[in-house]
Design a binder for this molecule. Structure first.
Ligand SMILES: [Zn+2]
Length: 431
């Protein structure tokens, strides 16, 4: 049988795996999951008697089902790997088992490796043999292997999806570049414990009017507030038409907020997903303002405030993750009549995605303009700082702003810019 965790995974993968035939996938999993099963042994005897499944040679007259399994192998390869139990079923050099995308197969360090070795050879009971690992694998692979925790009891090897969408989803929510209170709100909404009116009723709180605080047109539930309410839909459309198009298609029904949000997560880029989380939070805040403070804003106002808020938050947070320089958050306004441009950049070492923030303020400290831009393919803090500087200068030039001063917290970049008289290259590249 297919383990239930995999069935769930398949369900969540519906957005990507529409074309994959479930029955064939099951057969494939049987082969992989249980090499001693009858099906697996029949396939092995016929198609890959001397190889692992992954290296199965092309067959002259494959059966229909074997052809289909091979056809879906590519797809499975995109995310499937072994999870190490005892390590006895896993071929060290040909099976995917290292938690390092995309291949999950270790690099061979030289020619004199033992080709037939199994992962169990590197395990002293329940622990990795670090000395042996260091002799055989590259340092990058050793690091990846040591990140695999071994069971302290005898355990079987099994096949898992490396990209577990559930894990990825929560990681993305917790690491989203939004305030912590917004994350808590999203988490509560996912657990269906936001104190909406229907929930308060459920807890026997006496409420006269159960209709939605924002539109008065429906019962106030989490799903209604977060993605069905006309107010929320209008806000998302105004803030970002693309997110609206992707996430609020009238053809798809979602029974829960979490289900809807996971669907959005699978379809949106990372920055758009973060923005969506932020907008949902903005809806909840507006709902609370109306409930507790008798203060109500229009869709346009909430949209404007949310955008300004998000930019400001990301400006102060964007350094996180790369921060080797401690930030002293005392901003000093420029002299009267001057403008000051602050710029900053940050990136993720894992995804190589980054962002640049530029904010222009006057001597009163009022924000005169600004921007946030996503940058791809960033490999070093210097690189993103340099890009941020260039974008800031271009922005000032294009708007003919003067007199103006620039401020960055990258000490290295500031020294480099101030010292260099001509055009030179350095770790910053050509500026
Ligand atoms: Zn409503």
């Amino acid at each position: 049988m297919l383990p239930s965790s995999l069935i769930t995974t398949f369900n969540i993968y519906w957005l990507n795996l529409k074309t994959m035939d479930g029955t064939l996938a099951k057969q494939l999993w049987r082969v992989l999951e249980n090499p001693s099963s009858l099906v697996a042994r029949i396939y092995k005897a016929r198609y890959f008697p001397h190889h692992s499944f992954w290296d199965a040679p092309e067959s002259i007259a494959p059966s229909y089902s074997w052809r289909s399994i091979i056809a879906s192998k590519e797809l499975v390869l995109k995310g499937m790997r072994w999870q190490v139990g005892a390590g006895s079923s896993i071929h060290t050099w040909s099976d995917p088992w290292i938690p390092r995308a995309p291949s999950f197969i270790p690099y061979r360090r030289g020619l004199n490796v033992e080709l037939d070795s199994r992962v169990k050879d590197f395990i002293t009971p329940f622990n990795w043999d670090i000395q042996y690992l260091n002799r055989v694998f590259t340092p990058e692979d050793v690091e990846a292997i040591l990140s695999i925790s071994l069971s302290d009891r005898p355990a079987v090897d099994r096949c898992i999806w490396h990209y577990d969408p559930k894990v990825q989803f929560w990681k993305e929510v917790w690491h989203a570049n939004i305030p912590a209170s917004a994350k808590v709100c999203i988490w509560k909404a996912c657990q269906a414990i936001l104190p909406t009116k229907d929930r308060l009723l459920h807890r026997h709180v006496n409420i006269a009017d159960l209709s939605c605080t924002l539109c008065s047109d429906a019962l106030e539930t989490t799903t209604h507030l977060c993605f069905e309410c006309p107010f929320t839909k209008a806000l998302i459309e105004e803030a970002d038409p693309l997110i609206h198009q992707v996430c609020l298609s009238p053809n798809v029904q979602f029974p829960s907020f979490k289900g809807w949000l996971q669907g959005c997560f699978a379809s949106l880029s990372k920055p758009s997903f973060h923005k969506l989380l932020f907008l949902v939070w903005a809806v909840w805040k507006e709902r609370n303002n109306r409930t507790w403070r008798e203060k109500s804003s229009t869709v346009g106002d909430v949209c404007f405030q949310a955008n300004a808020w998000l930019h400001d938050f990301q400006f102060h947070q964007v350094k996180k993750g790369t921060a080797q320089v401690s930030r002293i958050a005392t901003w000093k306004p420029p002299s009267a009549g001057w403008l000051k441009v602050n710029f900053d950049g940050a990136f993720s070492k894992q995804t190589h995605m980054g962002g640049v923030v530029v904010i222009i303020r006057d001597s009163e400290g009022s924000c005169m303009g600004g921007m946030f831009q996503h940058i791809e393919n960033v490999y070093s803090p210097e690189q993103i700082e340099a890009v941020a500087g260039r974008i800031a200068v271009r922005m000032v030039q294009s708007k003919n702003l003067a007199p103006i001063s620039f401020e960055t917290d990258s000490l290295n970049l500031a020294c480099f810019v101030n010292q260099s008289s001509g055009s030179i290259t350095s770790t910053y590249g050509r500026l």
